[in-house]
Design a protein around this ligand. Structure first.
Ligand code: MLT
Length: 400
């Protein structure tokens, strides 16, 4: 399994003959390694666990010269894990002519704060597991990031926007079931397999990413279907580009901004993510996100949702928390949705966006239809997949 990281050569990294200097190349190799960690569990993955990967030995072979402006693709793979050590192999090729510039093998020993060898982190393999997409997934560069998106089918388009801290996988039953529609389900920046930059998260940025993504897949008008935070992003798209919205499906979401108390809760969640990582966030959210009956009837689903949350990069989690905390109030938009066919639905046992609140939001949207999904919590798409897909299909088939 390999990871690819593209790095550009600049004049200040070159010697007086204009070649990439060997010390600068060593630094690029290190940059590529950190980039892979940052794209995965976050830059602070090792320090969070109080484990430091000390470089014990590196063997580098220099094969060809590189020059300013060259883009070097560094492919990185984990080739050995011992008790306290691991080995990474890196190969650097110039994009364009594919010339092999350098290869390296780097041996690390994990040490604790006293400098003594300590076991490698248990989930190290996952950090270096290939996160590149396959099947119907594509990786697309839009708005300065690479987003992974599942695109299936033909016909009028529906854009599925997942909640926090989840991924396009919450729409799997609807992606499989809604034939006759072009189904588009991206991973928002910072979640799933999309890039997770350290900074720059807001509802506006998520919305701009998705508008650019729609243009990139050649879709002008679309039905928006947002769940929870996905609903907040859908409101932001309505605010920015109402002419592109053909219809609206709002699942388990709300229009109001956070209350002062809610904002305090975001700070607590931010601290938890920084200290305990994505796993701590997953453990704290899991009991609230699913109905009690889901845990009893479908423990495998509960575990799948926990893993989905725990696989979210920490930078994506903290970025999303800031975006949630700072999101604008969308209630002023509701009254203006009279020309937008709208379906509002919520899981019967949703604790995060309780049904009475969601019903009140639906009542404020002229002509909106409200439905309750029996037996579901905050994730009806997965907890009650058949009834949710049928509800969406019925709404879509009735659109003008
Ligand atoms: C979500 O499910 O997207 C979030 O829990 C929404 C929120 O916290 O407001």
């Amino acid at each position: 399994m390999t990871h690819d990281v593209d790095l550009k050569v600049y004049p200040d990294q070159c010697d007086s003959y204009g070649h990439l200097n060997q010390a600068a190349l060593v630094s690029l190799l290190e940059r590529a390694r950190w980039e892979v960690v940052a794209r995965g569990p976050g830059m602070d993955y090792f320090s969070r666990q109080r484990i430091w990967p000390a470089l014990r030995k590196s063997t580098i072979e220099y094969h060809a010269q590189a020059f300013p402006g060259d883009v070097l693709r560094c492919s990185l793979s984990l080739v050995y894990i011992g008790r306290t050590s691991f080995v990474l192999r890196q190969a650097m090729r110039r994009t364009g002519d594919e010339a092999l510039i350098a290869t390296a093998e780097v041996v690390f020993v994990c040490i604790d704060s006293a400098g003594a060898p300590t076991p490698v982190p248990e989930d190290l393999t996952q950090v270096f597991t290939d996160r590149s997409p396959g099947g119907t997934l594509r990786r697309m560069g839009v708005n300065g990031v690479n987003l992974v998106v599942d695109v299936r089918g033909r016909g009028p388009a529906i854009l599925f926007i997942h909640g926090y801290p989840l991924s396009h996988e919450i729409w799997e039953p609807q992606m499989a079931g809604l034939e006759g529609w072009t189904r588009i389900a991206p991973d928002l920046r910072g979640m799933g397999q999309s890039d997770a930059p350290d900074l720059g998260y807001s509802m506006a940025t998520y919305a701009e990413d998705l508008l650019a993504l729609l243009s990139a897949v050649g879709v002008e008008r679309v039905v928006l279907c947002g769940l929870s935070m996905g609903g907040y992003v859908a409101f932001e798209i309505v605010r920015r580009a109402p002419q592109r919205v053909r219809g609206l499906i709002l699942l388990d979401t709300r229009a109001e901004a956070d209350t002062p108390e809610g904002r305090k809760g975001r700070e607590t969640a931010m601290a938890l993510a920084r200290e305990g990582g994505a796993a701590a966030i997953a453990d704290s959210m899991l009991p609230k996100i699913l109905a009690a009956s889901t845990f009893a009837e479908n423990p495998a689903l509960a575990e799948r949702v926990r893993q989905m949350m725990a696989a979210t990069p920490v930078s994506g989690i903290t970025g999303a928390i800031a975006a949630l905390r700072d999101r604008p109030d969308s209630t002023p938009l509701l009254d203006g949705l009279s020309d937008t066919p709208t379906l509002v639905a919520v899981g019967e046992h949703d604790q995060i966006t309780p049904p009475d609140k969601v019903r009140a939001m639906a009542a404020a949207i002229p002509g909106a239809r409200f439905e309750m999904v029996k037996g579901a919590g905050h994730l009806p798409t997965l907890e009650r997949p058949e009834s949710t897909t049928a509800l969406l299909g019925e709404f879509l088939s009735g659109l003008p």
